[in-house]
Design a protein around this ligand. Structure first.
Ligand SMILES: NC(=O)c1ccc[n+]([C@@H]2O[C@H](COP(=O)([O-])OP(=O)(O)OC[C@H]3O[C@@H](n4cnc5c(N)ncnc54)[C@H](OP(=O)(O)O)[C@@H]3O)[C@@H](O)[C@H]2O)c1
Length: 289
């Protein structure tokens, strides 16, 4: 049987790297990013004309949309740009496309007063980023039949090619014996990029449409997560000290008690989330190869 063509937008971001690596064994991957890539295609999803042409030319059965304005504070200070990419970009991608559309959404659609959240919980975003991501979820649910919305939270990856990630920052700082301050009042379930890539594989294979939440197994605050990173990488945890979110004075408010429940995806698709420690150990093993 012929492999499905899967167009990945935002393919050269953090999640894109892991998705290309994982999914290329199962599908014909068409990677597209804002600034092209090694052999990839240049695609700005706010450019309606060239996006339509590109989709027509490559004729994907699946679009995996990873393109987004993900800088939460940047969205707060430039809401027009956030809307153009996170909402209108999605509409442009769906214009004339009637295949399987997979959108990666976020726990930032919730206010963070009572997480972790299930798919049935009421949304109430408190930042521009969260509002634009929710607007895209709502538009897709109402307008594109074959849609999967996968909500994820605190995604991290770390390979030899990773430019910036929370895990890399903690490991590099502690290796250089630099003290770091990490918030201890933001709770969620940190999720390895490779975990999400394997979930996406199942969603494509099973054509699972609808709304799903996914996060790895443990609900931690960011400070606890940093301590766990130090433990797994045998680094000095005493260099890490806790601070509160309010001390950071960031432009965008953050949901504090957040995170995602995974019962639906576990029961419907048989996906079992791994522990955060197992994922970190696997990263360490991969880095040493
Ligand atoms: N990271 C998380 O913790 C997290 C949590 C939940 C959900 N998500 C969602 O997961 C998806 C992937 O995020 P990520 O972590 O991989 O973030 P990322 O590393 O910032 O990747 C996003 C990618 O989108 C690209 N992009 C931005 N504007 C674009 C445009 N107009 N046209 C085409 N591409 C554009 C970016 O390119 P440039 O490099 O050129 O800007 C970047 O490569 C996003 O939808 C995000 O909302 C992320």
């Amino acid at each position: 049987m012929r492999m499905k063509n899967v167009l990945i937008t935002g393919a050269y971001g953090q999640l894109g790297e892991a998705c290309i690596k994982y999914l290329k064994s199962y599908f014909n991957i068409i990677p597209a990013g804002r600034y092209g890539g090694n052999k990839g295609i240049q695609l700005d999803i706010t450019d309606a004309h060239s996006t339509r042409q590109m989709i027509k030319k490559h004729n994907p059965q699946v679009i995996l949309n990873l393109a987004a304005m993900t800088n939460v504070d940047g969205c707060e200070t430039d809401p027009k740009m956030a809307e153009a990419i996170n909402v209108n970009g999605v509409k442009i991608l769906c214009d004339g496309f009637d295949g399987h559309f997979i959108q990666i959404s976020t726990d930032y659609v919730f206010d963070g007063n009572a997480g972790p959240y299930s798919e049935d919980d009421e949304t109430n975003p408190i930042s521009v980023y969260g509002k634009t991501k929710l607007a895209a979820d709502d538009w897709l649910s109402a307008n594109h039949e074959k849609t999967t919305i996968l909500r994820a939270n605190v995604v991290y990856g770390y390979t030899n090619r990773t430019k910036a990630s929370f895990v890399k920052w903690v490991v590099d700082s502690l290796t250089d014996e630099k003290p770091i301050r990490v918030v201890d009042d933001q709770w969620n379930n940190p999720t390895w990029t490779e975990s999400i890539a394997s979930v996406i594989n199942e969603l494509i294979e099973k054509e699972a449409f609808g709304l799903y939440h996914y996060g790895d197994k443990d609900h931690l605050n960011r400070y606890e997560f940093a301590l766990l990173i130090a433990k797994v990488f045998d680094l000095d945890a005493s260099l890490i000290s806790p601070i509160s979110t309010s001390e950071l004075n960031q432009p965008a408010p953050r949901p504090l008690r957040s995170g995602l429940k995974t019962e639906k995806i576990e029961s419907e698709l048989g996906i079992i989330p791994k522990s955060v420690e197992t994922c970190l150990q696997e990263i360490r093993k991969q880095l040493s190869k």
